[in-house]
Design a protein around this ligand. Structure first.
Ligand code: MG
Ligand code: MG
Length: 256
């Protein structure tokens, strides 16, 4: 069942989502060659605690990993797609791209957003990859109006990404979000005809998150049992917003 949110619930989700957007903005400003992913984590965790919020990720248990995620951020560099763990040893260098993903809970409700940031100058392929992924998210958000269907959202991502010559990672998908970080429905970044295709209604909130590879889309998980990488080692990009469907159209909650 897809849980629809009341206006007062949406306001709570907006507060959590605004904090997420503010932290991501600060992270974007910090990214430069020589910074470690743990440097980002330390500042992000401080901001979460200062705001009286709770990390959505730190302590999140995933059976396949067999452990709780240790940090408030996921930081994934180059061929790492998602779920990279911040570390002092992971120092960003010129030409890298880093995906930063953060979710928080405030007042019982979640916000979740991710971005991909260039470290200094990056090559033309990585630039195109980031642009195509971010654009596919924008096109998907445009489809989030009452009366459309879920596949309109999924298809908007897929059409743009594949039209730009990139590939969709299939092992990870977007999701409904609310009083839980992950609610129904699954939101794949491609049209999956094995799935139901529910009509979108006012009050639904989805975390739309295209994960896109420059080469082959297959991924596997590293020995840390969290970090997902492209199997061919090609670069990946990831952008995410938490978006509500309202009678006036899509409301992107994860903005400042
Ligand atoms: Mg996220
Ligand atoms: Mg998410």
């Amino acid at each position: 069942m897809i849980i629809r949110k009341s206006p007062s619930e949406l306001e709570k989700m907006r507060s959590a989502s605004r904090l997420v957007a503010e932290i991501l903005d600060e992270m974007r400003g910090m990214v430069e060659p020589g910074i470690s992913t743990m440097d980002l984590e330390v500042v992000a965790e401080k901001r979460v605690l200062e705001a009286g919020a709770k990390s959505a990720f730190k302590g999140y248990y995933v059976p396949a990993a067999g452990s709780r995620f240790p940090c408030v951020l996921c930081t994934s560099i180059n061929e790492e797609v998602v779920h990279g763990i911040p570390s002092k040893k992971r120092v960003l260098k010129e030409g890298d791209i880093v995906k930063i993903d953060i979710g928080v809970q405030m007042d019982g409700y979640f916000g979740d957003s991710a971005t991909t940031v260039a470290v200094g100058e990056v090559d033309a392929q990585k630039t195109r990859l980031m642009e195509a992924t971010e654009k596919s998210l924008a096109l998907a958000i445009e489809q989030m109006v009452p009366g459309n269907r879920l596949f309109d959202v999924c298809g908007a991502v897929q059409r743009h990404v594949e039209g730009e010559g990139f590939t969709i990672v299939r092992e990870f998908v977007g999701h409904g979000i609310g009083a839980k970080l992950h609610e129904e429905p699954h939101v794949p970044n491609y049209v999956d005809h094995k799935m139901r295709n529910p009509r979108l209604r006012e009050g639904m909130v989805l975390a739309i998150e295209p994960m896109v590879a420059a080469g082959c889309p297959e991924t596997h998980v590293l020995a840390d049992r969290w970090t997902a990488v492209t199997t061919d080692g090609s670069a990946a990009a990831h952008f995410e917003h938490t978006v509500a469907i309202t009678e006036k159209g899509p409301w992107v909650l994860t903005t400042k």
